[in-house]
Ligand binder design. Sequence first.
Ligand code: HEC
Length: 159
Amino acid sequence: MKVKVWQVVTLVLGLALTAAGAVLFFQAQAPAHVSPLTPENRDVVRAGQRIYIEHCASCHGAELEGQPNWQARRPDGLLPAPPHDASGHTWHHPSDHLIRLTKYGPQAFAGPDYKSEMPAYEGTLSDAEIVAVLSYIKSTWPPEIRRRHDDLEARAARH
Ligand code: HEC
């Protein structure tokens, strides 16, 4: 049997199209990025609120409003606690940044010599408790800010 050129071309094209189809199919099937934060989960949010009141509210405020003049360093060089509500910049950071900052303190990003009143919660709160308190914080944001944070999470996950 003599194989004609057009038969080979058809076969190769067919295989290439099948492969491209498979790639598209599996990309479409790939799960969307799943954030560890679950601001819709009432149990997690309720637990997170308790943790917030006990561990965070004294500095970040009962209404998540932060300390006055939070953007200006005090004469001692330390920063006041920023708000966690929509007026602050907590929502500008993806969850893995917030989790690491809560667990290891700002020194995780600013270096070991950085002075701050923000404690490191490693050893005090479990990872699940840190995720719960941050889920609570996210649950208080207006829908538009939550949506923008979701977008930022999805973008951060792709890098
Ligand atoms: C003793 C005061 C204090 C307590 C208690 C405290 N924080 Fe903070 N927190 C701060 C300060 C001060 C900063 C600013 C960090 C700096 O110095 O750069 C901060 C910053 C943060 C940031 C970074 C926010 C941003 O916009 O970048 C997060 C997230 C945070 N705190 C979470 C928490 C959580 C969650 C708790 C409770 C589990 C908590 N903090 C308890 C003082 C505190």
